[in-house]
Unconditional design. Structure first.
Length: 472
């Protein structure tokens, strides 16, 4: 069976007599044959069994839900009851959650079949998926290059046609940057739009679950399914969820698209710039007005982000102590020794680096100099976005200054790695939604244009994304 690239196509196959079992088997076969390393865990038996159950229900006329019988993939930091959830870390190598994340539950309630857990940077810390403890993750366009990260496996699973859609998480760009590097659509919703219940926390004030798709229409469909308040997450918003699918075709006529100079300056690769400018020109041709805007505090975003994210991470990851969950160094003789050996041997280098820096910036004597200051910068960034949105409806920026780099590059230079996040992190600091849509490749490598909107205006992003996609 040939695999569908989109949800829309998958639904057509199923409505024309195709079975979910065939679809899921084809998807699993492709995943198993793939050498790109998109998955940490595949649940072949479980997925096929569920597919057969859904096929039987379908035959009885009991099919319900827009994703009925369709295979999907979810990032390995989303809890799945009975299915291993590792966060790409050896410390959670055998962790089987007792419950399912709300987002995953919503997909399953709509009839989706989770075929497995996608590979990622350990605890979502990274920009390449290169710190995944269970194997290398490769870019489908050029396997010698990184897919981006941290949600690299989810991007690869969609880009290589294993599943039509997948879920990821985005704390500082982890959905948008791999979407750009792999040439797929990626959406990071507004903070609070989607429940984080069951997402293993990295930096709780920045983390947001979002999605990958091969079309903007699929992104809208999936967003509608996963959005909305959840009693299990008190940071999830009660703001009503509009019908994103219904407004998708409204176009960009009359919309003002802001171009923040700070994102388009120094450091942006010339080829990437040309491709992105061509994308913006298409939006203009479709009826949008282009307006210059300013976001001067952008230059402080990386410093503020890495202080806040590491501070929160040091606190969140303190729960992995060798006592709870799984993963324990067995040679220790005292409790203290056990904590320290477990955390030294089972966390990777990048995770340990961040826990140490995070603990440092929160410690007495340094708190004001680092953490409190970073919070003030965060507030400035938030306000500047608000001021920009008084002059325009949405913003268009690069997603990353370059295309995907070679595997191994930047791995021994953490600072260079952090700097590559320059275009995505301010959006998380301000809690805003960001959508990435592919534009023309540069030397064969994918590039995505990032559209940023005011809080809860995913509808505007998706409309503009659709217009860009339709412009070809
Ligand atoms: N690259 C960023 C970091 O390492 C973002 C990661 C993410 O969004 N999870 O923190």
């Amino acid at each position: 069976m040939s695999l569908p690239n989109t949800l829309v196509e998958a639904r057509r196959i199923l409505s024309e007599g195709g079975t979910s079992e065939d679809l899921v088997r084809a998807s699993l076969d492709r995943a198993q044959a793939s050498t790109l390393g998109a998955f940490n865990t595949l649940d072949r038996e479980g997925a096929l069994e569920r597919a057969r159950t859904l096929d039987l229900a379908q035959a009885r006329g009991e099919a319900k839900g827009p994703l009925w019988g369709i295979p999907v993939a979810v990032k390995d930091n989303l809890c799945t009851k009975g299915m291993r959830t590792t966060c790409g870390s050896r410390i959670l190598q055998d962790f089987i959650p007792p419950y399912t994340a709300t987002v995953v539950q919503r997909l399953e309630d709509a009839g989706a079949i989770v075929i497995g857990k996608t590979s990622q940077d350990e605890f979502a810390m990274g920009s390449t998926s290169g710190t995944n403890a269970f194997g290398v993750v490769r870019n489908p366009v050029d396997p010698e290059r990184v897919p981006g990260g941290s949600s690299g496996g989810s991007a690869v699973a969609v880009a290589s046609g294993i599943v039509p859609v997948s879920l990821g998480s985005d704390t500082g760009g982890s959905i948008r940057q791999p979407a750009s590097f792999c040439g797929v659509v990626g959406l990071k919703p507004t903070y609070g739009r989607v429940s984080r219940y069951g997402l293993v926390a990295y930096a709780s004030s920045l983390d947001q679950i979002g999605l990958f798709a091969n079309s903007v229409e699929d992104a809208a469909l999936l967003l509608d399914l996963i959005s909305g308040h959840d009693v299990h997450d008190n940071t999830s918003a009660t703001t009503p969820v509009p019908d994103h699918l219904a407004s998708l075709g409204e176009g960009v006529q009359g919309l003002r698209i802001g171009i923040p100079a700070e994102y388009w300056g120094e450091g942006l690769d010339a080829g990437v710039r040309a491709s992105l400018e061509e994308g913006v020109a298409k939006l203009r041709a479709a009826g949008a007005t282009i307006v210059p805007v300013q976001l001067p505090s952008t230059r402080h975003a990386i410093s503020a982000y890495y202080v806040i994210a590491m501070a929160e991470a040091s606190s969140n990851l303190s729960r992995f102590d060798g006592v709870r969950y799984t993963g324990r160094d067995k040679d220790a003789r005292t409790l203290l020794d056990m904590y320290s050996r477990t955390r030294t041997s089972l966390f990777g280098e990048e995770v340990r680096r961040r826990i140490l820096i995070g603990t440092f910036v929160l410690s007495a004597g340094y708190y004001d100099a680092y953490y409190a200051k970073a919070q003030r910068v965060r507030e400035l960034i938030r306000r500047e976005f608000q001021e920009a949105f008084a002059q325009c409806d949405l913003l268009a920026t690069p997603t990353a200054p370059t295309t995907a780099w070679k595997i191994g590059e930047k791995m021994d230079d953490p600072l260079a790695m952090y700097l590559s996040d320059i275009d995505t992190i301010a959006v998380n600091l301000a809690g805003l939604p960001g959508l990435v849509v592919p534009v023309a490749p540069v030397e064969g490598l994918p590039v995505g244009l990032q559209l940023i909107g005011p809080a809860f205006r995913e509808d505007l992003l998706l409309r503009a994304g659709k217009a860009l996609e339709s412009a070809g």
